[in-house]
Design a protein around this ligand. Structure first.
Ligand code: IMP
Length: 429
């Protein structure tokens, strides 16, 4: 049963990209299953940093075949640019190696304009989207009016269809949102060129994966965003518009559950989120600033896609325990343990209090979330720099204790800990 699924156990940005890169070495195929270029995955190899938005992180390993599944929404111009940039950096981007599902949906300029206009109209209650057109593209998919990637096989018709969608978007923009219309002419050439470039990459992904699995090949499913941003299981409405959890890997790629062997939940040693919405363990003061970093390093807590500073706080194990249940996690990966070095007394939330009453698990509705205060346990800190540590056994006792506490609260074993941004700073049990 050779399918491994990687999901985010928090609010995204847990470091899934680097773990996908790490596990890709032993995988025949790496497949993204949801979201679009709202995701930003960073992989550091030696002195090189790769920031990927659509192409799976497995692409950095020359042996892995890379697939973008039908559960994704893809901006064709962005994908063509990302592939060309990778090609310029010496990465093999030949169509035999990289595949885009014919049934993935496409993001048009109209979607992007509508995303921005909708956020502006929401004002104080804005979701804080990445403004990449994700929500409007999934809206069209559900409304059965979207354009699928396969349409790019006929670039002239495809550009005409996009033009029609832009006209529809313009009516909404001007009449409903009272926002300026966008000019389709500015994008026609770009869209046509992107479609022509992407045609050789199009394929029937469920069939490709089925045949690979039948041949005994292994598939690594690379998630984007995180469990608390999942459309169904996140803190609605402060979520993204796709299935970011393990079930989304199956529907997004068209593979059946019987193939799944391992579900890896990636979590940071503390909590972060971008965008608005409840965040019980948020630390607005100096400790939060310290967790965030200054922005001088690519791994500091600033959005890879938007550059926005991320909100930071103590580790919320109520959320991770929930992610363990929703995804059926077989193991956890803790990233950025090194960032907690030097904190005298790191805290972990193991429950909430709502209106004076204990609330041990995540609430079902948004209003209750808003009123939840964390119940903390304080753990011993460790002063040592752990960035050079190579094995679990060599971590300071307090750091090992932190990892053990995560295992005890979640009921899930920790298989990997990272102690710095480099590949070599990955400790596997
Ligand atoms: P959208 O996906 O752009 O519609 O944004 C919806 C919510 O998901 C916002 O709070 C975003 O900040 C958040 N979000 C989307 N993609 C990511 C990601 O890759 N990492 C973290 N947050 C994300």
């Amino acid at each position: 049963m050779p399918v491994t699924i990687i999901v985010g156990a928090q609010w995204g940005d847990e470091g899934k990209g680097r773990i996908a890169d790490w596990l890709a070495e032993k995988s025949d195929i790496v497949a993204r299953f949801s979201g679009g270029d709202n995701a930003g995955h960073t992989v550091r190899v030696g002195d090189d940093t790769y920031k990927l938005h659509l192409v799976p992180c497995g692409v950095i390993h020359p042996n892995a075949r890379c697939v973008m599944g039908g559960g994704m929404v893809v901006n064709p111009v962005k994908l063509a640019d990302e592939l060309k940039d990778l090609g310029k950096r010496g990465v093999d981007i030949s169509p035999g190696r990289i595949t885009l599902a014919e049934n993935a949906h496409l993001i048009t300029p109209g979607h992007i304009a509508l995303d921005g206009a909708d956020e502006a109209m929401r004002g104080q209650t804005a979701i804080g989207t990445t403004k990449r057109g994700i929500g409007p593209a999934y809206t069209d998919k559900a409304a059965r009016t979207g354009i699928r990637a396969g349409a790019m096989r006929r670039p002239d018709d495809f550009v005409e269809q996009v033009g029609q969608r832009i006209e529809q978007a313009n009516r909404l923009l001007t009449d409903y949102y009272h926002a300026p219309a966008i000019l389709p002419e500015t994008t026609v050439d770009e869209l046509h060129a992107a479609a022509e470039f992407l045609i050789p990459y199009l394929a029937n992904v469920p069939l490709l994966l089925h045949e690979a699995l039948q041949e005994g090949k292994s598939v690594l499913c690379e998630g984007a965003q995180g469990t608390l941003l999942d459309l169904d299981h996140g803190i609605y409405p402060y979520v993204t518009s796709s299935s970011a959890t393990a079930g989304g890997a199956l529907t997004g790629l068209g593979i059946g559950p019987r193939w799944v062997e391992r579900v890896v939940g990636v979590m940071k040693a503390f909590s972060t989120r971008v965008g608005a919405g409840p965040f019980p363990t948020e630390l607005p003061g100096a400790d939060g600033d310290r967790l965030r970093g200054t922005g001088a390093n690519p791994w500091d807590e600033f959005g890879t896609t938007t550059g926005r500073p991320r909100r930071c706080g103590w580790l919320d194990m109520v959320v991770v325990r929930y992610a363990a249940r929703i995804n059926g996690l077989t193991d956890l990966v803790i990233t950025k343990l090194d960032i907690l070095s030097g904190f005298d007394a790191p805290k972990i939330a193991n429950g909430y209090v709502f209106e004076g009453r204990p609330m041990p698990e995540v609430p079902a509705d948004y209003d209750t979330w808003l009123g939840c205060a964390p119940v903390y346990e304080t753990l011993p800190g460790w002063p040592e720099d752990i960035m050079g540590v190579k094995s679990m056994g060599d971590l300071p006792g307090a750091a090992r204790g932190y990892v053990s506490r995560v295992e005890a609260i979640s009921g899930v074993p920790v298989s990997i800990v990272t102690v710095g941004p480099g590949r070599e700073q990955t400790i596997e049990r």
